[in-house]
Design a protein around this ligand. Structure first.
Ligand SMILES: Nc1ncnc2c1ncn2[C@@H]1O[C@H](COP(=O)(O)OP(=O)(O)OP(=O)(O)O)[C@@H](O)[C@H]1O
Length: 529
């Protein structure tokens, strides 16, 4: 008995662990393949609680459900079988029918309480999601001195969860009391029925003695049944918990991505030029708001380009299209370069980015954005993110070019220093230098600088700009710019108009500053200072 119980628990425990790991893996695979747009819509706290909390709830719910249902079924079957084997057919039949009725009523009561239970689960997740989000924005809370406000907010949310939890507990208690009272009643009904029969049949002493022994056995078996039926409420509760978690997980895994990596396509070994061929763009969530009207432009090999324009004119959207975070609503982005044709040979061809082998293309693209992305890990790990097989010497060469090496070796643990979440240890300029070192290591053909220095102060910006200029040498570069200092020397400045007007002007800085037009206005208004 003990061994069987151990084996049952062990098997179910192992199964639920595997289920939890598999679900996490499944969510993570779906998430990394998901369109970027999906993450703009879904708050990170939401994703994290589903990834961690809901997978755990699902596994725990399934584990509890399976364990409880096994105990419930074995309890009922054993008790009724013993009754049948002891020739208590009437008692078994009566118990069976009675049980059936009790379970039926209990089930109906449960259906009524199920909604309350789900509401309580949902409120709990709301609190979890909110807390995860707030903790990840702790510097905002600290810098605003809003600790008390946040504590009060969470208390209020917990109060809502508490209120949502109350009815579900009330219903569970009603259900539990109903089940235990009903089963206890069974033995009283049995004793009363036997007493009536004895009196009516005027039973002799031997018959009364036999019935008394039967009553003891029946009572034992009924208490067995009570134990088994007592598992019903936790069983149904676990099933609801698992189902609720599964449904929430499916909200993360069901959306179908629209951007594909095309792993099977030929790899690009070198990017030469990029042409936006009559592209038109509106964000999928706002298809009526045209961000870029029909736009055509070629970024030639080794030349530098800068997009300028008012806020919301679509500058960063260009960067997102070049990274294939989004695809043009109309038109194509044609990439010309050397494509792998097998046996170590390449051929110069032009391919639509839509159909290209995306990882091979992105491995030739360097991206520096305003908010540097730092992963939890040491400097080695962070810089090697651009090239996993880079030697220590290559990494050090890259950090020297990015002017970060001296700072790193001044730290107690040097390159082994663990960078906290999002690089809390580093200053804005140091974080940006780390990203620049990454790009030096990657040695890309196309460089996309999306307001790379706009979060930095003027002095740091000037220093970083030197590294960025060095990085741009000999590569095709597309800069999304706010300040004049970053674009004065580029080959072509492209001026975008607000409200989906698209390209208004193209020229060098000297050309544009002479002509009346949008750029001159931006310059004179001090917007490109
Ligand atoms: N994911 C999105 N879904 C819907 N609309 C978006 C999305 N991202 C940006 N937009 C909208 O697209 C327009 C262009 O945004 P974009 O970031 O390209 O402008 P920008 O010129 O780079 O502005 P800024 O100089 O302020 O960074 C804006 O009106 C913005 O609100």
């Amino acid at each position: 008995m003990l061994i069987t119980e151990y084996l049952v628990n062990w098997t179910i425990g192992l199964f639920s662990l595997k289920l939890e790991i598999q679900e996490r893996q499944n969510i993570l695979i779906k998430l990394v393949n998901q369109d970027v747009d999906f993450f703009f819509e879904t708050v990170s706290g939401n994703i994290l609680t589903r990834l961690v909390g809901d997978t755990q709830s699902l596994a725990f719910g399934v584990q509890q459900f399976v364990t409880n249902i096994i105990y419930f079924l074995t309890g009922c079957i054993t008790a009724i079988s013993i009754m049948l084997l002891s020739n208590m057919v009437t008692v078994a039949l009566f118990s069976g029918i009675y049980l059936f009725l009790v379970i039926g009523i209990a089930f109906m009561l449960f259906i009524k309480s199920r909604r309350k239970l789900i509401l309580a689960f949902d409120k709990k997740r709301d609190v979890d999601e909110d807390m995860t989000d707030r903790v990840s924005n702790i510097s905002l809370i600290k810098s605003s001195g809003l600790e008390k406000y946040e504590i009060k907010r969470i208390e209020d949310m917990n109060e809502i969860y508490n209120r949502a939890g109350d009815p579900s507990i009330t219903w569970s208690s009603i259900l539990n009391s109903f089940i235990s009272t009903s089963i206890s009643l069974m033995s009283s009904i049995y004793i009363i029925a036997v007493a009536i029969i004895i009196v009516l049949q005027n039973a002799n002493q031997a018959q009364v003695a036999k019935v008394s022994t039967d009553i003891i056995l029946v009572n034992i078996l009924l208490s067995f049944l009570l134990g088994a039926v007592g598992m019903l409420v936790p069983t149904l509760r676990s099933a609801t918990r698992a189902q609720n978690a599964a449904q929430r997980i499916s909200e993360l895994t069901e959306p179908v991505p629209t951007i594909f990596s095309n792993y099977e396509e030929a790899e690009i070994k070198k990017i030469e030029s990029i042409t936006l061929e009559g592209i038109k763009f509106a964000y999928p969530k706002k298809p009526d708001k045209i961000i870029l009207p029909k736009t055509s432009i070629t970024f030639e090999k080794g030349k530098s380009y800068a997009f300028v324009g008012e806020t919301g004119s679509g500058k960063s959207t260009i960067a997102k299209l070049l990274l294939k975070f989004y695809e043009p609503t109309e038109g194509k982005i044609m990439i010309t370069g050397k494509f792998d044709i097998g046996e170590g040979k390449t051929k110069t061809e032009s391919h639509d980015l839509h159909d290209m082998n995306l990882p091979s293309y992105l491995s030739r693209v360097g991206y520096v954005e305003q908010e540097p992305q730092i992963v939890f890990g040491d400097f080695w790990e962070n810089i090697r993110y651009a090239k996993f097989d880079a030697t220590d010497e290559e990494v050090i060469r890259a950090t020297k070019k990015a002017n970060l090496h001296d700072f790193i070796i001044s730290l107690k643990d040097g390159y082994d220093t663990i960078l906290g979440q999002r690089g809390f240890l580093l200053s804005g300029g140091q974080k940006q230098r780390l990203v620049i070192a990454r790009v030096f290591l990657k040695n890309p053909d196309l460089l996309i600088l999306d307001e790379a220095t706009s979060a930095l102060d003027n002095i740091v910006e000037k220093e970083i700009q030197k590294e960025l200029d060095q990085l741009m040498q000999g590569r095709t570069s597309v800069t999304i710019a706010h300040r004049l200092s970053t674009i004065k020397n580029v080959d072509q400045i492209i001026v975008l108009g607000a409200n989906g007007k698209g390209i208004l002007q193209i020229g060098t800085f000297e050309e544009l500053i002479e002509k009346p037009g949008r750029f001159k206005k931006l310059y004179e208004a001090g917007l490109m200072g």
